[in-house]
Design a protein around this ligand. Structure first.
Ligand code: GDP
Length: 360
């Protein structure tokens, strides 16, 4: 799937840069263009592989908006034309989708990404998706409340919102901050492979996945989640039937970007590996298992031929917002908002800020 990426804020820029680099290193050619937008100049300066656009210079002079996501919204709104102009040539006629990437707990990305998605939807015919990073459980109340508010708007504006929980892909014992590098690398690999599905195809066959299957899976809207797992493959494909089931199970049950998200409106199962090692029977079995597990009648599937001694399963879920994890996150966001209200003495602000009350 040919994509254009726009990262907003620090997490958005870092993840976008990683994605662009992974795609280039692997020679997939799925990423058509990548732009990082931020109100903090220093964060943009640390990026090397993407183009950059500073916003809000007249308001915050390149120093960022802190974790004030309302200010993040305002600076994106004021400078939206500049951002859209910078996209010239980065969203090409070949782009099949646009992804706006952001950490939802901070300021610039949290407040700015929904505004940007809204404007992109007016201009481009291709789907506009959000790739949102949820704050970990131990991040402060302000981050939870910001993320709740940002997610609510993204769900309304984006064609689908792929969520990555910052608690899900870091090693045990690592603090979330210390783990950003690890998490970003994992996001780049998994999401990068999803983009590349239908791109790096050698020996095109009927069973090979193509971009329309990704787009059709995301058509369910709402929240999307992505899971991934791999195992060493045997040279004999019949021995790989069990391996295909194992990696598919692991991808959904333990390797997902949103822990516990298994119920979904739609799903896509991509089996990656050497075409000779991929067992048709195993793929069919895994697809049926995925239908049972997600409760969805819309489970698509396909192969991703790769020169590798491993078999990998990539599971994309669409319409996964009924998951326990999302419900727990929303409870946390509501709780955080209440805490903020108790602390706040500014009644006018409370009145304008009751958007979390009816999240779902
Ligand atoms: P902004 O620059 O104002 O948009 O704020 P950030 O991007 O720093 O957003 C804060 C949220 O993103 C917090 O939940 C952080 O844990 C998370 N975050 C910040 N940088 C990164 C990163 O490089 N990777 C990941 N996975 N999360 C990040």
């Amino acid at each position: 799937m040919k994509v254009s990426l726009i990262g907003v804020g620090q997490a958005g820029g870092n993840v976008t840069e990683r994605l662009a680099r992974f795609d280039a290193d692997m020679g997939f050619g799925a990423v058509q263009g990548a732009l990082a937008v931020n109100s903090a100049e220093a964060d943009l300066q640390s990026l090397q592989f993407v183009d950059t656009q500073l916003i809000g210079a007249d308001r915050v002079n390149g120093h960022g908006v802190g974790a004030d996501n309302e200010l993040g919204t305002e600076v994106m709104q004021s400078d939206i034309q500049q951002v859209l102009n910078s996209l010239d040539g980065r969203v090409s006629s070949k782009s099949e989708a646009i992804f706006v990437v952001a950490g939802l707990g901070g300021g610039t990305g949290s407040g700015g990404a929904p505004v940007l998605v809204h404007h992109l939807q007016q201009i481009y015919d291709v789907p506009v998706y959000a790739l949102g990073v949820l704050p970990g459980r131990n991040e402060g109340a302000l981050y939870q409340a910001n993320a709740g508010r940002s997610l609510k708007t993204l769900l309304r504006e984006a064609d689908s919102t792929l969520l990555i929980d910052n608690d899900s892909w870091h090693e045990q014992g690592e603090s979330v901050e210390g783990a950003f590098d690890t998490i970003n690398e994992k996001i780049a690999k998994r999401v990068g492979l999803l983009f590349a599905s239908g791109e790096a195809v050698e020996g095109v066959g009927e069973s090979v996945v193509d971009s329309s299957e990704v787009i059709n899976t995301l058509r369910a809207g709402g929240v999307a989640a992505l899971g991934y797992a791999t195992e060493i493959a045997s040279e004999d494909s019949s021995e790989n039937i069990t391996t295909t089931m194992t990696v598919s199970r692991q991808a959904l049950l333990t390797g997902t970007s949103l822990p516990d998200a298994t119920e979904a409106d739609s799903a896509l199962l991509v089996i990656a590996g050497d075409p000779d090692a991929i067992p048709r029977k195993g793929v069919e079995k895994a697809r049926h298992w995925l239908e049972d597990e997600t409760g969805s009648m819309q489970v698509r599937g396909g192969d991703f031929p790769l020169d590798s001694d491993r078999l990998g399963a990539l599971v994309l879920l669409g319409g996964a917002e009924r998951s326990d994890r999302i419900q727990r996150f929303m409870d946390r966001a509501r709780e955080a908002k209440k805490e903020q209200e108790t602390e706040s003495t500014d009644h006018a602000e409370q009145l304008t800020d009751d958007r979390l009350e009816n999240l779902f």
